[in-house]
Design a protein around this ligand. Structure first.
Ligand code: GAL
Length: 733
């Protein structure tokens, strides 16, 4: 008999020992079939609910609805910039009370998939990174960079140790069965090569070293490494995100096939239409995945919620993050989506024991047809009949029976006989959303003027500053102020052909004021945030004040080198049509003022608002740019969710009782194609758009829990000049 080296014996003993321990502790492990919890393989249905996108008062109901909808797991990202708004100063309160959220899930008897990231993407400001990170010396984001890795490690450790001390990992008796490090890093790695590979390896080892007792996942990460040879229990599982994932296979044969983001709809951008995704196609995507040996499906999003305040990121993302998810932004069931998926989950559970204990055998009875049969040794049986034809229904014979399959649909046969579900036969009721007005407001107004460049809180220098560098994202707003002198001899003063001001900006919106009069507004879009202002400007002889308010609309959330992202006016800026031809203003003296006067006075709070004089009654400003409006109102009876109907307003922000509701921009109408939508055929986010020509977002969620019965203080800031009399409070039902 060959001699076995001692180290090998030790390794084997270690593995055996840890296996025994893990099953005693109820540890989470996996094999090629599925995630194994307490020794039991599971088909897990999961749904994303991001805790800061709703209020703690909404959490129990959302989670209950998720449970009633047949989910086993709630998935959430962890939002670094919400938790560490300035270096070392942490916030785990209110909507950022992560422990409370996880415990709420636990109380409902569901598991948690915690995606620590800490890069999250997620249409969240700066992809979840705190903006101060950009200014740490030597910082280079999401690559093999010392300052970045140490900041990422510090935050990841902070979260993991918080979860451990609250005993929230499954082996400790908690609900967390999976964690995630990074997010969709694979494509970046291909892009940047060696430093990307080194970073991936480091991230996997760092995460693995934290010994959470549950597996880590890395989504869209084909080369997710298995960091430690000795630690055979915990590997990093690579997973799939997309509209469909049936063709995905994990990078090692011993890993389960997991679908961590099945997009239930899509996000909305200001200027875009509202994407929807038919539930028949979502159910079809789920079953194509599961019949091909998939065992974990997460709906991204199950409840999208609201990007309150200035948390919306990626550029031009709306305040609503409804996502056409099964539970709508307001916490109401989006039917028939919720109900049809609940029926799907019930059917999957009926065949779960069969699915986790056998591999499918596939046959091809006809064109666009497949049959997947699961036949474990114990004699049980489950089958999936598929008709992939996008146009024609099919009659399929299986066993001794015939089954009708609508186009683009899959049926589950319990015991290989009884059809318990078909993806295209929807029995759940449909609902229509209704917004009923329950009151209008009586406003007072305060007009904000362009600041003067010599006031104490402006900063002066030659040339143009990048916006974020100055604001550090403390505000969306940065004033760029300068003066131009016009000689009385200028021709244009006589012929009335005013010179053209050209301003190039990295984004995202720009209001140009000449001598305090609005001269024009321009904005970019998600695809092209850069903008150029090009307009005739009414200059007069002598000194002229040029005041430009540059406005950011959420910071980019996708990509790698976040340290290179720019916002604001980078130039050039020129004036053409003068006697001298063109005058370049780029390098002259500019003054900068961060934020609005109303922001520094905290006009959004009751206390702050008393510091200025407000106009009332017939004097209330209408269609005036840069106007603050305030009012008080009583909460309507009942418990239906509430919203502000902002149709008639332009662009700005809103607060109620000091809480930031978000950015409003009903003035940005939905472009694009809103044609017919069929559930059949391959889906993409442009396929089933709705509400073209309407505001991309008209209604803005006002959480009930932010209101008291009477005397609620509502403030709206308007940049463009809307009509506040049109604003109403509506009930959603
Ligand atoms: C994914 C990303 C998510 C989210 C989604 C689109 O690629 O991982 O965080 O951004 O796209 O909604």
């Amino acid at each position: 008999m060959p001699k076995i080296p001692r180290i090998k014996i030790l390794l084997v003993l270690l593995v055996v020992f840890s296996c025994v321990c893990s099953s005693i502790n109820g540890a989470v492990s996996y094999d090629d079939k599925a995630i194994i919890i307490n020794g039991r393989r599971r088909i897990l249905m999961s749904g994303s609910i991001h805790y800061p996108r709703s209020t703690p008062q909404m959490w129990p109901d959302l989670i209950k609805k998720a449970k009633d909808g047949g989910l086993d797991v709630i998935q959430t990202y962890v939002f670094w910039n919400g938790h560490e708004p300035s270096p070392g100063k942490y916030n785990f309160e209110g909507r950022y009370d992560l422990v409370k959220f996880i415990k709420t899930v636990q109380e409902a008897g569901l598991y948690v998939n915690l995606r620590i990231g800490p890069y999250v993407c997620a249409e969240w400001n700066f992809g979840g990174f705190p903006v101060w990170l950009k200014y740490v010396p030597g910082m280079s984001f999401r690559t093999d960079n010392g300052p970045f890795k140490s900041a990422m490690q510090r935050f990841t450790e902070k979260i993991v140790s918080m979860m451990k001390s609250e005993e929230l990992f499954e082996p400790q008796g908690g609900p967390i069965i999976l964690s995630q490090i990074e997010n969709e890093y694979g494509p970046v790695e291909w892009d940047i090569g060696a430093p990307g590979k080194a970073y991936t390896k480091w991230a996997a080892q760092m995460a693995d070293g934290l010994k959470t007792g549950v597996p880590w996942i890395m989504c869209k990460q084909e080369e997710a490494p298995d960091p430690m040879v000795v630690q055979l229990i915990i590997h990093i599982i690579d997973t799939c995100n997309g509209f469909y994932c049936e063709k995905f296979t994990p990078n090692k044969p011993y890993k389960p096939k997991m679908f961590t983001e099945l997009w239930t709809g899509w996000f909305t951008e200001f200027g875009g239409a509202i994407p929807t995704r038919p539930v028949e196609d979502i159910a079809y995507s789920v079953l194509r995945f599961i019949q091909n040996n998939g065992s974990f499906v997460n709906y991204y999003m199950y409840h999208g919620g609201t990007n309150f305040g200035r948390t919306a990121g990626g550029l031009f993302i709306t305040t609503s993050y409804d996502y056409d998810a099964p539970i709508d932004e307001y916490g109401l069931l989006n039917e028939p989506k919720w109900g049809h998926l609940r029926d799907l989950h019930t059917a999957i559970k009926l065949v779960e024991p069969v699915l986790v204990s056998s591999y499918p055998t596939v046959t091809y009875p006809g064109k666009n047809q497949e049959i997947h049969v699961f036949l474990p040794k114990n004699g049980d049986c489950a089958a999936f009949l598929s008709n992939y034809d996008p146009q024609f229904s099919a009659k399929m014979t299986f066993g001794n029976s015939q089954y009708d399959l609508p186009p683009w649909s899959i049926s589950i046969l319990q015991d290989c006989k009884k059809e318990v579900f078909n993806t295209a036969k929807v029995n759940a009721p449909s609902t229509q959303r209704k917004m009923t007005s329950v009151g209008s407001f009586s406003w007072q107004s305060y007009n904000e003027e362009a600041p003067s460049s010599d006031s104490s809180d402006t900063l002066s220098m030659e040339g143009l500053y990048e916006q974020l560098n100055v604001t550090r994202d403390e505000s969306d707003y940065l004033w760029y102020l300068t003066e131009v002198y016009i000689s009385p001899n200028e021709q244009f003063l006589k012929n009335g052909q005013f010179p053209v001001l050209t301003v190039m900006s990295a984004g995202h919106a720009l209001h140009v004021f000449i001598n305090n009069q609005l001269s024009g507004t321009v904005w970019g879009s998600l695809k092209n945030p850069k903008l150029t202002f090009n307009g005739n400007v009414k200059l007069r002889a002598g000194a002229n004040k040029i005041s430009m308010l540059s406005v950011s609309v959420g910071l980019a959330n996708v990509g790698t080198h976040f340290e290179t992202y720019n916002v604001g006016i980078l130039g050039p800026i020129s004036l053409t049509g003068l006697n001298e031809g063109t005058r370049d203003l780029t390098k002259q003296q500019w003054s900068y003022k961060v934020g609005l006067k109303g922001e520094s006075l905290s006009l959004h709070t009751l206390d702050g608002s008393s510091s200025v004089e407000w106009l009332q009654g017939s004097l209330v400003a209408q269609k005036q740019p840069l106007t603050w409006y305030k009012t008080t109102f009583n909460a309507p009876d009942g418990n239906e969710p509430l919203a502000l109907d902002m149709n008639g307003m332009g662009k700005g922000q809103m607060w109620v009782n000091g809480e930031a509701i978000g950015r409003h921009w009903a003035g940005n109408k939905a472009r694009g194609n809103c044609g017919k939508c069929s559930y059949t055929g391959i889906y993409n986010e442009n396929k089933c758009n709705r509400y073209c020509g309407d505001p991309s977002q008209r209604w803005y969620h006002v959480p009930r829990s932010w209101l008291r019965p009477t005397g609620n203080f509502l403030v709206v800031f308007e940049e463009l000049g809307g009509n506040p009399d049109w604003i109403t409070l509506v009930k959603r039902s």
